[in-house]
Design a protein around this ligand. Sequence first.
Ligand code: NI
Length: 144
Amino acid sequence: MKLKVYLTRIYRFSSAHRLYSPRLTEEENRAVFGNCGNPKGHGHNYILEVTISGIPDPLTGMVIRRQNLDRIVEDKIIQPWDHRHLDEDTADFKGNFSTGEVITRIVWEKLRSCLEGASLSKIKLWETSSSFFEYFEKDIETVL
Ligand code: NI
């Protein structure tokens, strides 16, 4: 019997963002986003948990080589986002909100197709010590 195994790796990045909707008035923005909409933005120390799954390779006993997963996350997420303003300095958030909800979905979209045969099962993004966002494998059909 071949059993699927889940592997989670934890990454960290620090980024600034500003929550603001051009479709709302200034007053509505203030009411919806409060301090998170301050014009110059603010920062978070994000913690990103990436969970992948698959049948361990019979040659290595592993689902994916850890260093390969780390390199993919580094190239796709950490390098372009760490110590940058998500809305102003990255292409990923042009036309997108940089809310935790949307960041989580964008991480999913950037990682899902490049995992060398393993499946992306879950993305969990901690924005503060009291808020995290999750996106699961089973949600693809209904959400995307
Ligand atoms: Ni924020």
